[in-house]
Design a protein around this ligand. Sequence first.
Ligand SMILES: [Zn+2]
Ligand SMILES: [Zn+2]
Ligand SMILES: [Zn+2]
Ligand SMILES: [Zn+2]
Ligand SMILES: [Zn+2]
Ligand SMILES: [Zn+2]
Ligand SMILES: [Zn+2]
Length: 449
Amino acid sequence: MFLRSNTSVWKRMSLCCPVQNCLGTQILDTSCGGVFKCPEDDTPLDYAKLYPDREVQTEIMNSLVRCTHYKDGCRWVDKLQSLQTHLDSCLYESVPCPNRCSSHLLRFNLDDHIEYLCPKRRVVCDFCAQEFPGDYMDQTHAGSCPKEIMWCENKCGAKLERRFLSNHMKNECHKRTVSCQFCDREFVYETLQTHQYQCPRFPVSCPNRCDPTKIPREEVEVHVQELCPSATMSCPFKEAGCKFKCPRYSMERHLEESQRTHLHLAWDLVKRQQQQISNLCGTLHTTTHVTDGTFVWKISSYKAKYIEALYKNGKELVSQPFYTSRFGYKAALSVFLNGNGAGEGKYLSVYIKLLPGEYDNILEWPFRLPVSFTLYDQHEDVDMRANLTESFVPDPTWKHFQKPMKDIESLGFGYPKFVSHDILKTRNYIRDDSIIIRVSVDTKRFILP
Ligand SMILES: [Zn+2]
Ligand SMILES: [Zn+2]
Ligand SMILES: [Zn+2]
Ligand SMILES: [Zn+2]
Ligand SMILES: [Zn+2]
Ligand SMILES: [Zn+2]
Ligand SMILES: [Zn+2]
């Protein structure tokens, strides 16, 4: 028969002997010592009236029981009389920590507790070999033992005791951060030396050894070019042709002594430049001027110019020169507002004049390209315009079309009676006090020689 495990009953039974009194078989707690009370009415019992029931006791004590902790996993089964002995060593029994740390633990966990967890355990530090209570070790010493071996936090690969670490990281570690004393930028110590070969503020000597004081590297160039008294410099009249060179400190004397030479050189330069300017102007003229054979000329202030022509007999207006093509004949338009020759007094006369041009020597003479003159009708509406045009093909026998000669003004060829004054006043030939005349040379027959 197994007795059910009712802990309080079991405890009592394990601690006392069954006794009998007048009330019959009862189980009395003797562990409280001294006075017994009747479990029925709580009145004190007379010990003399109590006697052990040997028979029952033997029966009970021989019954088979499981360990109190069988639910926790203890497999022990034996007679009740051995239970107490078992419990004294049962691994599932709860016991106070022998270090008096106030924990109660299963005997099962006790070794672990005493060895690793008990705050009152004694521990020896692996690093400094000193002994400490467990709680001091866990909370304070671990992580601060001065003799603990650590890796350098700069990852330099060094391992040293904690107490040497901060000095190492500050003063010895080749991966520590340091400021360049010249430019104040921060560097890893081992790259600092390389940096100083390039550091813009690193003091270096002037390459001309002008002064024992050193100058920051980035200022050397300016120093040599603009300040260094020992730097060799060219005379400021170099561009004008003076080839003199000397240290900066004696340049002043050269300038004093060479004023006349410099003036000559500068004057020669001015003359050369003048020549260049006029060449440039010539080139500019040919590239910006009309070179497509068509020249349109607006003669403004018509009235004033007409009156002037009226009073100054034979007053000729000559246009800017133009080329018939990029490398063609040079020509200008000539206009007599009050007429010329057969048209004098009643007509507007127009002529084309050949001028000496750049390419005359390679052109074909006499000039034989067809020429036309047009007077524009400046009506708003294009469809309403009635432009007046006259054209001719040069007669190669006429001297006007021979190669023009320098310094001799050639005569023009064209129409003395181009437009009569009467017609000129009609329509919109004069508008805003201006007339617009076009001369056009037909270059289709022009072949570049
Ligand atoms: Zn047990
Ligand atoms: Zn403990
Ligand atoms: Zn330690
Ligand atoms: Zn280090
Ligand atoms: Zn630096
Ligand atoms: Zn210098
Ligand atoms: Zn000079």
